[in-house]
Design a binder for this molecule. Structure first.
Ligand code: FES
Ligand SMILES: [Fe+2]
Length: 326
C-alpha cells in the first residue's frame, strides 16, 4: 500500500524515522498523558477563543456560552465587543437584538448598550487577532495577560479558514486527541496516508506526514505539534510545501462536559501562484473549513469517547473510595 503512494510537490530530505514499530506501540498512553499534564499546567491568561473573527460582524449580534456564562459579541466599527448576554433591564437575551451604529439594542424594550456599560453590566476585555475573536474572563488561579498566548503565525501572505464544532467533552480531551497523531492514518484514512515520527522531546513532536490530495496522490510535509496553552494545540509545517503554515486547534469550555472546538488553518506559501490563490479566497476558505470539519466529526468522536472513559473511571474511583470509607 505504502509503495503505491505518489508524492507531488516539494521533495523532502531523507530523514530516518525514530521508530518503525507499529503505530499502536508508538502511541504510548503514558507519554501522551505526561505531555497533556504539562500542557494543563501552562497559563491561559484567562483568554478563550469564541469563533472566527470574520463571523462576528454586521447587524446581528452573536451568542456564545463560555464556562456557563452567556455572552453576546458584536462590532462597534472594527472594534470587537463582548458582554454578558442577559440584558441589565429584565434579562432578555441580547443576542436576539440588533446592532445599530455600533450599539447593541435589546429586543424587549429597546435599551441601547455600548462600551460605557449600564449599571453593573460591563463589556469584557476582547481581542481580535485578525483570524480569531477572543474574550478574557476571570479564571481562578490565572494571572490575566494583555493578549492571548499565541503560537507564531506565518508573516507573509496567508489564506485562512476557521472550523467550529461542539462536542460532549472537555478541552483536555481535544488537546489529548492532537497529542496522539498516530491515530491519523487509521482513523482518517481518507486524509492521511503515512505518518512517521522524526523527533520527539517533552513538548514538541516532529512528524513526516503524507496528506492525501486525491486517492494515492499525496503531499508530504514535516510538521511539529505543540501545545502553547491548556486549551490549544498547534501544528506548524516546518519543511515541504507551505512552510510556516499553521493549524491552531482551540477548545473552549461551554459548561461541564461540553466544549467547542475552533480550529484555524492559516496557510501560506512562497509559490508565486499563491498570490493568485488569494483571489479565490472565499472558495478556498470553504474548502479549508469543509476539510477540517470532516476530520473533526471523527476527532470529536475520539474526544467524546476519551471524556466518557475518564468520567467512568472517576465514578469507579469515587465508588471505591466510598466503600473503603465504610
Ligand atoms: S429587557 Fe432589555 S430593555 Fe428590557
Ligand atoms: Fe484526528
Amino acid at each position: 500500500m505504502i509503495n503505491r503512494l505518489t508524492h507531488i510537490g516539494r521533495a523532502l530530505p531523507l530523514r530516518p524515522s525514530m521508530s518503525d514499530r507499529p503505530d499502536w506501540m508508538q502511541a504510548n498512553p503514558v507519554r501522551i498523558e505526561r505531555a497533556l499534564a504539562r500542557s494543563l499546567e501552562r497559563p491561559t491568561g484567562g483568554w478563550y477563543v469564541l469563533d472566527a473573527s470574520y463571523r462576528i460582524q454586521g447587524e446581528k449580534p452573536e451568542r456564545f456560552v463560555v464556562e456557563g456564562q452567556e455572552l453576546v459579541a458584536w462590532r462597534e466599527g472594527a472594534e470587537l465587543r463582548v458582554a454578558p448576554a442577559p440584558c441589565p433591564h429584565m434579562g432578555a437575551d441580547l443576542s436576539g437584538g440588533c446592532v445599530k451604529e455600533g450599539r447593541l439594542v435589546c429586543p424587549w424594550h429597546g435599551l441601547s448598550l455600548g462600551a460605557e456599560g449600564h449599571g453593573s453590566w460591563r463589556s469584557f476585555t476582547a481581542f481580535d487577532d485578525g483570524v480569531l475573536a477572543w474574550v478574557q474572563l476571570p479564571e481562578a488561579g490565572e494571572e490575566p495577560t494583555d493578549r492571548p498566548i499565541l503560537s507564531p503565525r506565518p508573516s507573509g501572505p496567508t489564506l485562512h479558514g476557521v472550523m467550529s464544532m461542539e462536542g460532549a467533552c472537555e478541552p483536555q480531551d481535544v488537546v489529548a486527541n492532537r497529542l496522539d497523531p498516530w491515530h491519523g492514518v487509521h482513523f482518517h484514512p481518507h486524509s492521511f496516508a503515512r505518518l512517521r515520527l522524526l523527533e520527539v522531546d517533552d513538548d514538541v513532536l516532529t512528524l513526516r506526514v503524507s496528506y492525501r490530495v486525491v486517492g494515492p496522490v499525496c503531499i508530504e510535509v514535516d510538521a511539529t505539534f505543540h501545545s502553547p496553552d491548556p486549551r490549544t494545540i498547534t501544528m506548524t509545517i516546518v519543511d515541504g510545501e507551505g512552510v510556516g503554515s499553521v493549524v491552531e486547534t482551540h477548545a473552549t469550555p461551554i459548561g461541564p462536559g461540553r466544549s467547542r472546538v475552533i480550529e484555524a488553518t492559516i496557510a501560506t506559501s512562497d509559490r508565486p501562484g499563491f498570490r493568485f490563490a488569494k483571489l479565490g479566497g472565499g472558495f478556498i476558505r470553504q474548502m479549508i473549513e469543509k476539510r477540517a470539519g470532516r476530520l473533526w466529526v471523527e476527532d470529536t468522536e475520539y474526544a467524546e469517547r476519551r471524556y466518557a472513559l475518564r468520567m467512568e473511571a472517576d465514578r469507579s474511583a469515587k465508588g471505591k473510595r466510598r466503600l473503603e470509607a465504610v
